[in-house]
Ligand binder design. Structure first.
Ligand SMILES: *Cc1c(COP(=O)(O)O)cnc(C)c1O
Length: 445
């Protein structure tokens, strides 16, 4: 039943894409909207552990985990068993029509595992964007205010509100406007690219941003400050120590709801259950998705009970939110993380990754920075001698990895970042093999 029986070795037996994948990808081009991207041109047959097997028989090392989703692995044993049992019991009633236990248990689990020991409540939705949409609805209702602060390089989703909150125009926003009003974008504490460099960033970014917020926004109208504790799509940007606690304290002082978007950083990815824990930041609301359901679509909005309870009955909801299959998958995922010690595992993998990435940085002047935390780490590529982004290096490296059977994701506002997000159940041998290929790929530039 489970897929962990897939041999955990990289094996490339055809050109990638192979002939059978090419055939199916032709059908894709004919049937599927051209507006959808394609990072790795294969057609998947099965996946488990750290391997994706395609229909041509290639075994690809998965360094993306479906964008930080299958932290517990593809078709993880507990997830498969729970979903199989649930699918035969009932598939849907709509939680707000006729409720069921697993939804309540996911909320209890989220209330328990998210930062802070205060009374919390949760609601469930289907996607990360929907979690952000609901978090903003709730924060606005609770505060009676409208304005929302977001940051440069942020990614919060592809719905209208979350597109507006997302920083990068191409490809996320171009031609898709108009965007929602009352969204204010602040500079991100991006150490590598802060004017004056990392040290200046650490000294002045927080003060600069708070000053800008106070001067440009009526604080009495500011509902929420929303930030990814480590920015995902933006290129794994880690703000300097003190930045997140400073924003959170400012929000508390002015009655602003501090929202941590942990859609990408959550569920053991960074070597904590949630990235906020690194600096003991306790968000008023935390949004979760991606890694929560072991691959099933589910998201969570968890926050202080008085905030989460502030809207009128039936003001929140959705037909599919917290679907029973996704709920049992989330419970199985959380159990897997806790019982299999995947937080510690993320730290172990993180050491292997950072040792290897720092060794590459010593060798290759196109690497400007190694950054991230745990099993969420990145390399940013520049033209040697300065800080000018090097996007062509990135495409060469990604292609080299692809040809050699390693799925690696890119990121970054300047399309010059490689991000590593392996499933937390990947074997160390497989991880080292993938890092070896990455090293060779960089050497080839
Ligand atoms: C992916 C992501 C989202 C959007 O999630 P979807 O499920 O794709 O809607 C929001 N915030 C962050 C930080 C993300 O990484």
């Amino acid at each position: 039943m489970t897929r962990i029986d897939i041999p955990q070795v990289r094996k490339v037996v055809t050109a990638i894409p192979g002939p059978r994948s090419q055939e199916v990808l032709k059908r894709r081009a004919d049937a599927v909207s051209a507006g959808l991207g394609l990072s790795f041109p294969i057609v998947v047959e099965r996946a488990g552990g750290g391997i994706i097997v395609d229909i041509d028989g290639n075994s690809i090392i998965d360094m993306g985990a479906g964008i930080a989703v299958v932290n517990v692995g593809n078709s993880a044993e507990r997830v498969v068993n729970a979903v199989q049992e649930q699918v035969e019991a009932f598939t849907h009633t709509c939680f707000t029509v006729a409720p069921y236990l697993s939804y309540i248990e996911v909320c209890e689990a989220l209330n328990r595992i998210t930062p802070g020991r205060h009374k919390k409540k949760s609601m469930l939705a289907n996607s990360g964007a929907e979690a952000l949409e609901n978090a903003i609805k709730i924060a606005r209702h609770y505060t009676g205010r409208q304005a929302v602060v977001v940051f440069e390089h942020s990614f919060h989703g592809r719905t209208n509100l979350t597109m507006g909150m997302t920083a990068k125009n191409m490809p996320y926003k171009e031609g898709f406007g108009p965007f929602a009003p009352e969204i204010y974008r602040m500079p991100m504490a991006y150490p590598l690219r802060w004017p004056g460099g990392p040290k200046v960033c650490e000294e002045e970014a927080l003060e600069y941003v708070l000053h800008k917020i106070e001067k440009e926004i009526d604080l009495k109208n500011l509902a929420a400050i929303v930030i990814e504790p480590i920015q995902g799509e933006g290129g794994f940007i880690v703000p300097p120590k003190g930045f997140l606690p400073g924003l959170s304290a400012f929000a508390a002082k002015h009655g602003i709801v501090f929202i941590a978007d942990e859609v990408q950083t959550g569920f053991a990815r960074t070597g904590h259950m949630f990235a906020c824990e690194e600096e003991n930041v306790i968000p008023d609301i935390i949004t979760t998705a991606k890694g929560i359901g072991g691959g099933l679509p589910i998201s969570g909005i968890t926050g202080r009970a008085e905030i989460m309870d502030s809207s009128h009955g039936s003001g929140l909801g959705g037909t599919f939110g917290g679907n029973p299959l996704a709920c049992v998958a989330a419970l199985a995922t959380i159990a897997t993380i806790e019982e299999d010690h995947l937080i510690e595992r993320a730290n172990t993998l993180g050491k292997v990754i950072s040792n290897s990435l720092y060794a590459m940085k010593e060798k290759y002047p196109i690497i400007a920075e190694v950054r991230g935390r745990g099993a969420m780490q990145a390399l940013e590529f520049v033209i040697p001698g300065g800080n000018e982004p090097h996007p062509t290096a990135l495409s060469t490296i990604v292609k080299f990895c692809q040809d050699n059977g390693v799925l690696i994701l890119s990121a970054g506002t300047y399309n010059n970042v490689i991000r590593l997000l392996p499933p937390l159940v990947i074997s160390e041998d497989l991880l080292r093999d993938a890092l070896d290929i990455l090293d060779k790929a960089i050497a080839s530039v």
